[in-house]
Design a protein around this ligand. Structure first.
Ligand code: SF4
Ligand code: SF4
Length: 56
């Protein structure tokens, strides 16, 4: 199951810079994860300062 970013994202960009498969991109109002690329490593969830990322 891929990880998902919710609307509490403050667009800091930390997650995108640390994703090993480049699955995270900046959207209009929050960052988003490409479920087809995500390998569910959990790195992004562990580094998000506001806890906006969880397994979907
Ligand atoms: S769980 Fe891992 S692979 Fe998936 S988006 Fe987060 S950092 Fe990238
Ligand atoms: S680390 Fe968290 S707050 Fe920062 S861009 Fe990613 S989801 Fe948003």
């Amino acid at each position: 199951m891929a990880y998902v970013i919710n609307d509490s994202c403050i667009m800091c960009g930390t997650c995108a810079g640390n994703c090993p498969v480049d699955a995270i991109a900046q959207g209009d109002s929050q960052y988003t994860i490409d479920a087809d690329k995500c390998i569910s490593c959990g790195t992004c969830a562990g580094n998000c300062p506001v806890g906006a990322i969880a397994e979907g």
